[in-house]
Design a protein around this ligand. Structure first.
Ligand code: FES
Ligand SMILES: [Fe+2]
Length: 468
């Protein structure tokens, strides 16, 4: 990939809280009154007690009936990341996305407003947009030919007068719109017609940390189109890992780390890190390299000055002090991200490392199958060379055939397999349990590495929401 194939979008400078709330009418009802079976209720109640004591029952991972409950209680009520504004920069641009298996269209209307609709025709339910990305002035259903504009309004159909008469009176035929909100260019959708929390409340304390990965330049980020692949693991294995498992890097990623120049990878890079339970099931971890304070593995030098203008004072202070090597996190339920220095070519010098930023959705297909959606992102105003090297480093490390990515697949696949056991196994996610919480002037509960505190936050939120 060369520098020109990364779309450079000159977005309007972002305000601190650029939320746009969809308040149009929603012509569908949620099925949130879904009651879990007696069997699942018993399992969840047991899980709630076990989690209090630092244990996670393995059946939470792969049980098909729990998965059915998650579809309604987790995915239909959470704010789910769908796309980044830079993927649809021009009026008429759209992408097809999913919340669990619910098909959606994220479209920038001719009025430049981004809306999210079900990709389901209100006439007889055909999924009507098949091209996964494109630009269009209208959307035409291939079944009976209803035509919609990019604001989701029905504007015509074949033999209209004979078919539906005066379409002005037929709001029933407009596309189904869902709630969506945008934060720093990140478009989130919510299937609940009346979400209990808006996006910022859903992020809660995690906003502080999400800013650190999404808002370091006032020109915003630019995303590539996502790479996707299907892997036989349960989505929660990946979410648990990104929410709070740096510990595995010593072992699972030993091969990958062998590619790094020796002076940049020392055990202290991991052991001087912080693990955060940011509440609401969100987890994030930071590491720094104390022996090489001048070498910043996960950003480009000019960004240090730029970020002063976009981050709050406390965010900036925290970022420059604690995150000089790696940031890895998960927005509940299934939106992970990673920012780290990764090798883009062989050799053993610091110059062979470039910062990468990747976002991923662990989109569930079933209790033992997940489609990984994987985006590369970089600041719009990053130097062209850096865009190129960063993309190469991303390809080598965190794509379907990336060294680090592959390291994790077998872990998550076999966890999922073990979760199908007919035995009730309780996992002791107690790494770091003996350690005190530390105060570094940032929100949430924080422990030094290694720690399962972020993972346990994820499991606690999952069970709480399933029992709601
Ligand atoms: S199903 Fe779309 S027009 Fe009939
Ligand atoms: Fe990993």
């Amino acid at each position: 990939m060369n520098g020109t194939t990364i779309k450079t979008i000159l977005n309007e400078p972002k305000s601190k809280n650029d939320i746009k709330y969809a308040n149009e009418s929603f012509r569908y009802e949620s099925i949130l009154d879904h009651n879990v079976s007696e069997r699942v209720f018993k399992m969840l109640s047991e899980a709630e007690n076990l989690i209090e004591d630092g244990y996670v029952p393995l059946y939470l991972l792969s049980d098909p009936e729990i998965y059915e409950a998650e579809r309604i209680k987790i995915f239909a009520t959470s704010w789910n990341f769908l796309a980044h504004e830079s993927e649809i920069p021009y009026p008429g641009d759209y992408v097809v996305r999913y919340i669990e298996q619910t098909p959606l269209i994220v479209v920038r209307g001719e009025d430049n407003i981004i809306r999210v609709f079900l990709n389901v025709c209100p006439h007889k339910g055909r999924e009507f947009v098949k091209a996964e990305i494109g630009n269009t002035s209208h959307i035409r259903c291939p079944y009976h030919g209803f035509v919609y504009n990019t604001r989701g309004k029905l504007v015509g159909c074949p033999v209209q007068k004979h078919a539906i008469g005066d379409i002005i009176n037929y709001n029933d035929f407009n596309m189904y719109r869902i709630n969506s909100e945008i934060y720093h260019g990140f478009i989130f959708g919510n299937l609940d017609p009346k979400p209990k929390k808006d996006l910022l409340n859903f992020l809660g304390d995690f906003k502080f940390y999400f800013d650190l990965v999404s808002n370091k330049s006032d020109t915003g980020l630019t995303f590539t189109n996502p790479q996707r692949w299907v892997v036989p693991f349960n989505w929660k294995a990946a979410a648990d890992n990104f929410a709070g498992d740096i510990y595995h890097a010593f072992t699972a990623h030993a091969t990958g780390y062998a590619l790094f120049p020796k002076e940049t990878i020392k055990a202290n890079a991991v052991l001087t890190g912080l693990q955060v339970d940011a509440g609401n099931g969100h987890g994030i971890a930071f590491s720094r390299i104390i022996d090489s304070p001048q070498w910043y593995g996960n950003w480009w030098p000019e960004l240090i000055k730029k970020a002063k203008n976009t981050l709050t004072e406390s965010e900036y202070k925290f970022w420059t002090k604690y995150s000089t090597s790696t940031i890895i996190g998960n927005v509940f339920p299934n939106f992970g991200f990673l920012n780290a220095g990764m090798p883009f070519k062989g050799g053993s010098t610091k110059e062979s490392i470039a910062p990468i930023l990747t976002f991923r959705v662990w989109n569930p297909i079933s209790s033992d199958k997940t489609q990984i959606w994987n985006w590369f992102a970089i600041e719009n105003d990053a130097p062209d060379d850096l865009k190129k090297y960063s993309y190469l480093a991303y390809q080598h490390s965190f794509t379907a055939n990336g060294v680090f990515e592959e390291d994790d697949m077998e872990n998550w696949i076999t966890q999922t397999h073990a979760g199908k056991s007919m035995l009730k196994l309780k996992l002791a996610e107690k790494v770091g349990e003996y350690k005190p919480l530390i105060n570094v002037g940032a929100p949430g509960k924080i422990q030094s590495y290694p720690s399962d505190i972020g993972s346990m936050s994820f499991w606690r939120e999952l069970v709480n929401k399933l029992l709601e």
